[in-house]
Design a protein around this ligand. Structure first.
Ligand code: ADP
Length: 221
């Protein structure tokens, strides 16, 4: 069963859609032999700071060790579970086309399809989400200073990106190209998509990876 690779700008709603897809697929595979896995930076405890190049000298940027280590951890986690009976949702930035190519090859090696779920969101909206999270963290820090009681208020606790890190990730983002075999089939969900539209997209994704329309993977493809 397939590898579903999410991609999108930082704070564009990827984890939200990954969780919705997880719920959809959980219902879809109930009573079958298939297993479902959701792998993300959060599930592997990878901090947003590994993507931060602002402290890395310009000449060493392509060799940023912390991001490389994070990618190795993600690759290992995917490789451990990917098989023809396991569906893997990989929630993350997945913004480098060479990385998506590598993942596509890994799926092909175990004779299972891969596809891309692109999360479309305007830069302005995604930036607003990150700014809201930064403000939330600043407010929590001020509150903590004047109190001995830990702040355990419920709500969004996801780590924010430092603004320079966020900007740089947007700059580095390589949009998927459905003309290439590693970025196809490509499905897109946008921020405004309602439940009905989301279901339609997930239905077509299911059809492409597991339905009658599923592509047969040949070793030389
Ligand atoms: P990412 O995984 O890309 O960092 P998240 O899924 O964590 O983004 O979403 C960031 C914030 O935006 C969350 O607070 C989430 O509730 C909200 N959000 C995400 N997608 C939508 C959407 N389609 N409509 C409304 N709010 C959304």
């Amino acid at each position: 069963m397939p590898l579903i690779i999410l991609t999108g700008l930082p704070t564009s709603g990827k984890s939200t859609r990954a969780n919705q897809l997880h719920d959809y697929l959980t219902a879809r595979i109930a009573g079958t032999k298939y297993r479902l896995h959701l792998i993300s930076d959060d599930s592997l405890s990878i901090s947003r700071t590994v993507y931060d190049l602002s402290t890395v000298p310009v000449h060493a940027r392509s060799a940023n060790a912390s991001e490389k280590n994070a990618r190795a951890a993600i690759y290992g986690a995917v490789k451990r579970v990917l098989s023809d009976k396991d569906i893997v949702i990989l929630d993350g930035l997945n913004y480098i086309k060479g990385w998506r190519y590598q993942l596509h090859c890994e799926a092909k090696a175990v004779r299972t399809p891969s596809c891309i779920l692109q999360i479309g969101c305007s830069k302005e909206r995604a930036q607003q989400v990150n700014e809201d999270r930064l403000k939330r963290d600043q407010a929590a820090a001020v509150e903590q200073e004047g109190s001995d009681v830990p702040n355990d208020a419920p709500g969004d606790t996801t780590e924010a990106y430092e603004p320079a890190n966020w900007e740089n990730l947007v700059f580095r983002h390589e949009e998927p190209n459905p003309m290439t075999r590693w970025d196809s089939p490509l499905f897109t969900v946008i921020w405004e998509d309602d439940e009905q539209q989301l279901k339609r997209t997930f239905d077509s994704l299911w059809e492409a990876i597991a339905g009658d329309g599923r592509k047969v993977i040949k070793p030389n493809q």
